[in-house]
Design a protein around this ligand. Sequence first.
Ligand code: NDP
Ligand code: GDR
Length: 361
Amino acid sequence: MTSKVALITGITGQDGAYLAELLLDKGYFVHGLRRRSSSFNSARIEHLYQDPHEENVRFLTHYGDLTDSTNLIRIVQETQPDEIYNLAAQSHVKVSFETPEYTANADGVGTLRLLEALRILKLEAKTRFYQASTSELYGLVQETPQRETTPFYPRSPYAAAKLYAYWITVNYREAYGLHASNGILFNHESPIRGETFVTRKITRAVAAIELGLQDRLYLGNLDAKRDWGHARDYVEGMWRILQQDRPDDYVLATGETHSVREFVELAFAEVGRTIAWTGSGVDETGIDAKTGKVLIEIDPRYFRPTEVDLLLGDPTKAHEALGWRHTTPFPDLVREMVAADLVTMRREIAAHGARLRDAAE
Ligand code: NDP
Ligand code: GDR
């Protein structure tokens, strides 16, 4: 057991929740930065909540925002973390085209604000820093598989903001000797993945269609390929990156790639349905092979102005230097997500009775 103190930004997100669990298991005192919201935004960490009035509390959250330097400096000063995991971000690629300036501010300059907080507070020698970098940096394909040395070519305001965050992390490491590292993480998913990312959107739709709550699923580009792993494995990699004597940058990936189309097929197969595809382009539809019912339609609204067609990571460096490996095969990930959404939706139906079904009609 350790007595280290960690500060996680983005603690209410998918990775924040898994990482908080991992660090609490290891004995850390975990501080989390959370945003104020008019609606409930802490469902993913509700089970970790500890009453601050009790003794031996090891989990506390603090209101804050990556766009507010004064707030970040104060929280870092109050918490004096041994490790900061900067996971907070406007993380939706498509949304970044609608909110490019905000995305740059939170995802790009937000990272700078945290690094500067460490300098202002003279914590360069004490605090280790993890930056949530992304395979989106690779963007337009330069080589596959993508590794630490592959040139970046961002294809969205999100990726461009994350490019700044990546390099400012490297720069603070080189300029000020900070133990600051980038994890270049390929897509990772789970039953608590945000509901508008394509995997969770699909698994929720499969459950809803199966239970009679929804008729069809509207998607964008079915041919995009992603290297999809399980978030639980990836937060373990983040932690390992900060335990190294020397700071460095690492790709975390599975080394396998699958299309959105394959994800759809596997997810529907989990409830015994085979998808047959007909038509092409925006007129393509996915049909239930047994009943002939249209289950999937294309909605061009979900296309991106510039797309990332193919991501496939090479995690060799992480294997060798960190001893890190992903442990969840792709079909198991899909199965776990569909099963979890079926459980959740059955529970909702039980709680709300026929009202949900009526609303879907
Ligand atoms: P989520 O979208 O699930 O979580 C993002 C978190 O950031 C949420 O807690 C959100 O708060 C918080 N947040 C957003 N904007 C701000 C802000 N301005 N100030 C403070 N907090 C903010 O993302 P993931 O957990 O999936 O990803 C974690 C990080 O890893 C992100 O930086 C993402 O870009 C990056 N990444 C993710 C990958 C993936 O496949 N999941 C792959 C590679 C990188 P709220 O809950 O209130 O919205
Ligand atoms: P991504 O994830 O952009 O890779 O970013 P997302 O699940 O949003 O898209 C993956 C691919 O699916 C295609 N797609 C759709 N996407 C969404 N969201 N909705 C749809 O209906 C749809 N139809 C097809 C997309 O065009 C894309 O090609 C995620 C985020 O977690 C980032 O924060 C992170 O940095 C990267 O993964 C690695």
